[in-house]
Design a binder for this molecule. Sequence first.
Ligand code: FAD
Ligand code: NDP
Length: 591
Amino acid sequence: PVPTGPALKFVEEFITNNSIAIFSKSWCPWCSKAKEVFNSHGLKYGVIELDLDENGANIQQALKYISGQKTVPNIYINNRHIGGYSELYPIFETGVLDDVCSGGQIDFEYDLVIIGGGSGGLAAAREASGFGKKVALCDFVVPSPLGTKWGLGGTCVNVGCIPKKLMHRASQIRNDMSDALDFGWEFNKEGVAHNWEKMVTQVQSYIKSLNFGYRKMLMENNVKYFNAFGSFVDKHTLKLKTDTTESIISARNFIIATGGRPKYPDIPGAKQFCITSDDLFSMKHRPGKVLVVGASYVALECAGFLNGLGYDTSVMVRSILLRGFDQQMAEKIEEHMISCGVKFIKNTVPTSFKKNDKTGAITTLGETNGKKTFSGAFDTILLAVGREACTAKLNLEGIGVKIHPTSKRIIVDEKERTSVPTIFAIGDVADEKPELTPVAIQAGKLLAMRLYNMSTQLMDYKNVPTSVFTPCEYGCVGFTEAEAITKHGEAKIDVYHQEFAYLEGVITEKAPKSYAKLIVLKEEKDELVIGAHIFCPNAGEIIQGFALGIRMGAKKKDFDDLVGIHPTVAEVFTTLTITKSSGKSAGATGC
Ligand code: FAD
Ligand code: NDP
């Protein structure tokens, strides 16, 4: 029935007189949340608490007649019916609340456009499209200075984790073959050789299948794919550029997931004669004698597998190995790599690269504290001196997205929101986040769930486990010893540790001594474990499971109470009894 009397007129006037009008009930938690949203944006609103108003029942009936909505909160902005909290939520979460309040445009060609089709971008696209949103993704690979390019999937798939791990495996097979003789296998070792070209072909063919898989995934999820370079025209408009075309698309929201690319030191010959990880995994010819410049993840992993595949490999180290990692573990990696044949040129930086056109050898000069200390000729120079975020050509400054002045990465808040409320950034391009594939994926998924599925879950960047795939792997989660001491003070922490021989290696004699340690906070009941580190084969596989325990707040007692699986390497974490503070030796013992 058409309501009669003053209630109808009252509702109409209230909506007209208040640019933001909320019909609420004082006890309703969703009404409180709606008010919090406006308060947090400093927006003034008019509110009627229907349960406290003597005419509340009539007003609610009139409101139902006008808006078609029976429940509270019932929200109007500028005379436009918004709905309840579940309709208000995506408006503020996608950053368009101010636009709605000022009468600005909020409906565009796409709900969401993602720039960058790597780990983070693809995950966000799949998740957002699953919520019925109209999504597009653009991805474009600018060729490396030597002309290398690749397909959809980003760094991890094409020039990162995937080819790296496969080549790491290829090099381990050499150790397996050598171990095989000790285990009684008989074959002519002299006849064994590695075919670089065949390995590259196999790896690249697998990568092509992944590139295809991602295109298919986008198609199946109704995500419009543009193989084009994106740059902002304004905060809702993106220019898409291919080698031959240019077009424009608009979206309510953007996610920037453009990742990073290898840096080049500013020295003669770097871009002309050296390769980076962007070129290595598809290199057509054998690397020969290699110099790796840099001493972090990329440098050590690549040096490890190149040496393992039989190439003479040297690593030029500016300062320390694996900055940011536990330095005791870094020492173990260095010792083992040296025992495998990798040469380290310490405290040295390259100053020039010059190619001999006749021999093809690249002469590298290096210096220590300004004094020329190094000269050597190599067939391949692999630069692994860090990565720079792909932010320079997005016109971020033009639209007000702030980047960090030194890292050039995009500054985001805990919701991955940039300084422009409708634009987000995830993965390697976001400032101060671990540069790891699963981090980018998780951040992308959670962001889409917050934007379109009323989730409030934030990405947790703490206790992210990682593994360095050096010839003997290193897996870790949580604090390093140095970080634990800085944060809590030496007196408050203890370190349980053990050196051990892993069973599979005991017959071969060449196996490295493995080592595990748990860093604990002594003052917490049963000792809270705040860091776990292990140096052993397949360390990544081991640390993944223990990371769950640490994330859930496991105590040292939980590790002790856990029954081990024998004989495994991982069981070491269930039997650690020697503390560093006891001064007792952590040397290998029996079974
Ligand atoms: P990316 O995967 O880099 O994707 C970004 C995409 O955006 C790229 O395709 C790029 O071409 C494209 N793009 C850039 N600008 C534009 C633009 N303007 N328009 C359109 N497209 C654009 N992590 C691990 O977790 N484990 C590992 O073992 C591991 N190994 C690695 C080994 C190496 C050699 C390297 C280099 C990295 C490794 N990483 C590893 C790190 C991991 O690859 C990255 O953290 C991850 O790929 C980041 O994902 P992303 O989505 O942020 O960016
Ligand atoms: P990093 O920034 O971690 O390390 C750069 C290295 O290069 C450091 O050893 C640095 O030395 C050295 N360096 C920097 N500039 C120079 C220079 N001018 N001359 C000589 N040496 C120099 O970069 P990476 O490329 O190794 O890794 C990038 C990111 O990729 C990592 O942070 C990681 O998150 C991700 N990644 C992950 C992997 C995994 O999960 N297994 C594997 C590979 C990469 P110094 O310490 O002196 O500054």
